[in-house]
Structures are given as structure tokens and as C-alpha cells.
Design a binder for this molecule. Sequence first.
Ligand SMILES: Nc1ncnc2c1ncn2[C@@H]1O[C@H](COP(=O)(O)OP(=O)(O)OP(=O)(O)O)[C@@H](O)[C@H]1O
Ligand SMILES: [Mg+2]
Length: 238
Amino acid sequence: MIRINKLSILSEKKPILKKINLNIKKGECVALVGGIGSGKSTLLQTISGIIPYGKNFEREGEVLLNGKKVDRIMNKEVFHLFQNPDEQLFCNTVKEEIAFGLKNENAKGVEERVGNALKRLGLENFKDKCPFDLSEGQKQKVMLASMVALEREIILLDEPSSNLDYKTSEEIYLLVKELHEEGKTIIIVEHDTDKIIENIERTILIYEGKKLDDGPSKEVLKKSIMKKAGVKIPWILK
Ligand SMILES: Nc1ncnc2c1ncn2[C@@H]1O[C@H](COP(=O)(O)OP(=O)(O)OP(=O)(O)O)[C@@H](O)[C@H]1O
Ligand SMILES: [Mg+2]
């Protein structure tokens, strides 16, 4: 589903990602770990086409989704939850925000899909509020409701539970599990490695723009390199 061949990303000739090869099958759920500034968000942005089509970076190598080269922002194939929801929200009400992508593509049953998404994220009481008047965690939930409504095949989540309390982040992982069972292909950037061990089978480690490891979470996350990379070894593997 996602195939990346010798991908490098450069900003003013300075490499941010370095010769990354990656293959993710349809229906896989994968965690992406690495220290701050290691290139995790850049990698997600390259998969969704924001880099280079929405930002001024150079791309070398290729990214293929379902065999097709990424040649624009792939918003019909990919749902990408940004690390900062403020960059993504722009409508006047939560309801409109969730409906926006669907209306844009003349989708059928918009009301129903928005209603279901509001319900699934427990946002019914917020539907007429302005997204910018919500807390950071509530904004994150609004974006996740858009994800549910849009039903994209590929889902990229950049630290989806960073603004959430324990209970809400458990709910989000339950939602991720359901989407995984529905056959979605999912990549999640996550700092909480305990959460990864509980929920995600495969983990990829990025260090200074390079893919350093890729394999079963239980094996990857117990390696001593994690400390150097700034990633916590989950307590269960210590
Ligand atoms: N617009 C930009 N122009 C130039 N360099 C950038 C730009 N955005 C990010 N970078 C650089 O790219 C590198 C990777 O950044 P990226 O945001 O992908 O890291 P990350 O792994 O997501 O970090 P974090 O855990 O802090 O979110 C960093 O060194 C950063 O300084
Ligand atoms: Mg990031």
C-alpha cells in the first residue's frame, strides 16, 4: 500500500530524511518513533504529499501509494492528522469542520456521516461550537471525527494523543483498533512506547533522518539504541 524507495528530503540542500526505504502492506498498523527533530513529521508529510507539493523542500527517490506515485497532496487517499490541530482547523463550527472534506467532494449522506463521527468521538454537544474556542484535546478530537467521516484508506496520525488525557487517549486507541480491523492502513507517530507495546505490532525507528530499525515493536523497542535515539524503553521490556 505504501512503498518508499530511497527517499531523501532536503531543505536548502540540507538533508532532513536520508535514503529511506519502507514498505507497508494494506491493513498494517505501524508506529513511528524517534527523538525530537528526527524527521517523523517530515516522513508523514512526504507520504501525504504535503512535501513537496505544499512546502518548499526537495524530494529525491519515490513514494508510491497503491502503486501510484505521489504527485500532489493526496487528500483523496490519505487522511493526515497534523501534529498541531490549529494548522488544520478553519471552519466556523465543529459540524462544518467535519463536513468540509465530504462536501468538497460532493459525497453522499454527509449529514449522516457527520452525525456518526460526532457520536463516535462523543462530540455531539460541541457540534455548533467554534473549533477555535475548544481546548487543544477537544480540537484533536474534532480532527479525529473528520478522519472517521472521511473514511480514507490510509491514515497518518502525528502524535494523536499528545494533547489528550489518559481516558481519551485510551478511547483513541480503541478507535484506531476498530479502523485497523476495518482494513485501514495506519501510521502513528507516538512518543508513549507503553502505548505502542499495548496496541501496535510493528515499529519503525527514525534517527537523524535515517531509518535505523523496523520490526516487531517488542524487539525494536527493547534495543539499547533507543536511549541514544531519545526514545523510552517501555517498562514491560525493561
Ligand atoms: N520548514 C522547515 N524548514 C527547514 N527545516 C525544517 C522545517 N521543518 C522541519 N525542519 C527540520 O527537519 C528536521 C525534522 O523535523 P520533523 O518535524 O520532521 O521532526 P519530528 O521527528 O517530527 O520531531 P518532533 O518529535 O519534535 O515532532 C528538524 O531538524 C527540523 O529542524
Ligand atoms: Mg513531529
